[in-house]
Design a protein around this ligand. Structure first.
Ligand SMILES: Cc1cc2nc3c(=O)[nH]c(=O)nc-3n(C[C@H](O)[C@H](O)[C@H](O)COP(=O)(O)O)c2cc1C
Length: 196
């Protein structure tokens, strides 16, 4: 499982360390990435390195999926014209034309489980959403910023990327022009409804 030599060129997890210092967690851990993530709509015109994209894709690939069937696909849009079409398909949100544009689509055909079709669709929507979320967090851990685009015209997105699959979201990634502070969220007491 672990590629200690690094010779395969693949991204493998490092063995987990069971005893970690709390301060280390806050400086480097995913928890800090989560706390600091902020949607970004202004990107530098700077290319994102391929190795960072490899990590982002590998992170998406680790997301839990229904039955482990990975009922989603990622379209990595590099074509300028297609990016412009995606702007239009996103209610003309200009920042969709960003350095990195990933379209996450549901692929219920991959989910080989004997459940009603509505459940399978719901599974693939959750699969695609989780994968996008993992990719978003990975991007932030690499010093990149992103914005999740949910306001999409499904038909137009499908036409733009030439697929029959249903898109769930677009993730726009790039280097931030300015580091933004995270937005305040609601209090945990408001968020959590405890059922005793
Ligand atoms: C389901 C969903 C749909 C969203 N759609 C859009 C969108 O179409 N355009 C946009 O600019 N931001 C969109 N966002 C980003 C939210 O506006 C943003 O996450 C929210 O304001 C909270 O800010 P934060 O991400 O900085 O914490 C979407 C986020 C989610 C989760």
């Amino acid at each position: 499982m672990y590629d200690e030599s690094g010779s395969t060129g693949k991204v493998f997890p490092k063995p987990e360390i069971s005893e970690v210092n709390f301060e280390d967690i806050l400086q480097t851990n995913i928890y800090n990435v989560m706390l600091n993530r902020r949607s970004q709509r202004k990107f530098e015109e700077k290319q994102v390195e391929d190795w960072k994209m490899d990590i982002i894709f590998a992170a998406a690939d680790t997301a839990p999926t229904a039955g482990g069937f990975q009922g989603f696909e990622i379209f990595y849009v590099k074509n300028r014209n297609t990016k412009e079409k995606l702007v239009e398909a996103s209610n003309n949100q200009p920042y969709v034309n960003s350095p990195i544009v990933l379209v996450f689509c549901m692929n219920p055909e991959r989910v080989k489980m004997k459940f009603p079709v509505e459940i399978i669709k719901k599974f693939s929507l959750q699969d695609a959403t989780l994968a996008a979320s993992y990719a978003q967090l990975a991007a932030h851990s690499l010093g990149l910023s992103s914005v999740w685009i949910g306001m999409i015209d499904e038909t137009k997105v499908r036409e733009a990327i030439k697929t029959d699959l249903v898109p769930s979201s677009i993730l726009c990634i790039g280097y931030p022009r300015k580091i933004l502070h995270p937005k305040p969220k609601r209090s945990l007491t408001d968020l959590i409804k405890t059922i005793e």
